[in-house]
Write a protein that binds this ligand. Structure first.
Ligand SMILES: NC(=O)C1=CN([C@@H]2O[C@H](COP(=O)(O)OP(=O)(O)OC[C@H]3O[C@@H](n4cnc5c(N)ncnc54)[C@H](O)[C@@H]3O)[C@@H](O)[C@H]2O)C=CC1
Ligand SMILES: CCCCCC(=O)CC\C=C/C=C/C=C/[C@@H](O)[C@@H](O)CCCC(=O)O
Length: 263
């Protein structure tokens, strides 16, 4: 399936920085309009203005949006539809790395993605009234830690494994045939963003995990956020519903195959 992104409307959570910002920029280059949904009002407003100047007056908006706050998240969907005139792609990307504040981490990383997916279904589903009724695509940012566990960050790992399972289940043909919505998970490996190594170390559940985390970090290669943005375009063009993709070391993304089948 080749998706023409020109004129498509994409809502991106966590779009004001890091990987989300890179997704927005690549989508804009391919002719899409973007709705930056983020808790960082100042960065989001500034970026939207910058991109309106660069790509055109109706190409980017900012919507204040905390993915842990369902009513505010819903308002962001409504504002996107109203101001950009449609909704075709929802990128559930907002995430934090903080096992010390693990309840918040679960609420942002997992519950936030569930909220965004349920909202995307009601605003894009062909089986729903009140939205576009046109179907669309949902992409969820998981992590390579959603495929291979990292014992230094067990709760972060759990949220990302849950996202992979959620994308595979929601992307099943059963759901796609009812809603007309394709669901894909994208799993970046270590990526240079606004997250710092120091902030990550202070976010470990126990100081006892520090040496293990440091050892893992030493063997990590950090790719650019732009290469993850480019990977998004690749999976939008090539990904089937329920597929899971990994992107590491600035390479082209590869589909992850799950050999085990219990049914
Ligand atoms: N940086 C990395 O190495 C990797 C990151 N990821 C995932 O990519 C996603 C983005 O991470 P980064 O770009 O590294 O982070 P980042 O910290 O650079 O950017 C995250 C953005 O999300 C926003 N945000 C945080 N909490 C939010 C909330 N409750 N509601 C709405 N927006 C919120 C922040 O304001 C920020 O603009 C996360 O889901 C992360 O787990 C996955 C694999 C690797
Ligand atoms: C919320 C983001 C963390 C997500 C972590 C993962 O999912 C797996 C990747 C693990 C570590 C990533 C760390 C990222 C740090 C970068 O932002 C950057 O600060 C590291 C720069 C290191 C270097 O260039 O030497």
């Amino acid at each position: 399936m080749v998706m023409d992104l020109k004129g498509k409307v994409a809502l991106v959570t966590g779009g004001a920085a890091g990987i989300g910002k890179a997704y927005c920029e690549e989508l804009l280059k391919f002719g899409a309009k973007v709705s930056i949904c983020d808790i960082d009002d100042s960065a989001g407003e500034d970026l939207a203005e910058l991109w309106r100047n660069k790509y055109g007056p109706n190409r980017a908006i900012f919507c204040p949006c905390d993915v842990t706050d369902y009513p505010q998240f819903e308002e962001a969907f409504q504002m996107t539809l109203q101001k950009l005139g449609g909704l075709d792609i929802v990128i559930n990307n907002a995430g934090i790395f903080n096992d010390r504040f693990w309840e918040l981490e679960v609420d942002v990383n997992l519950n936030g993605i569930i909220r965004g997916t349920l909202l995307a279904q009601s605003f894009m589903g062909v089986d729903r009234r009140g939205g576009t009724g046109r179907g669309g695509t949902i992409v969820m940012t998981a992590s390579t830690m959603g495929i291979v566990p990292n014992p230094a960050v067990p709760i972060y790992t759990a949220t990302k494994h849950a996202i992979v399972g959620f994308a595979r289940a929601m992307g099943d043909q059963f759901h796609q045939s009812q809603s007309g919505i394709r669901v894909i998970a994208l799993c970046p490996g270590p990526t240079q963003t606004t997250t710092t190594v120091e902030s990550m170390r202070s976010a470990l559940l126990s100081d006892k995990y520090d040496a293990l985390f440091k050892r893992d970090l030493a063997s990590m290669n950090f790719q650019s956020a732009q290469s993850v943005g480019q990977a998004l375009i690749h999976v939008l063009q090539k990904g089937t519903s329920g597929s899971v993709w990994a992107v590491e070391n600035n390479q082209i993304p590869r589909e992850v195959k799950f050999p085990v089948n219990y049914y």
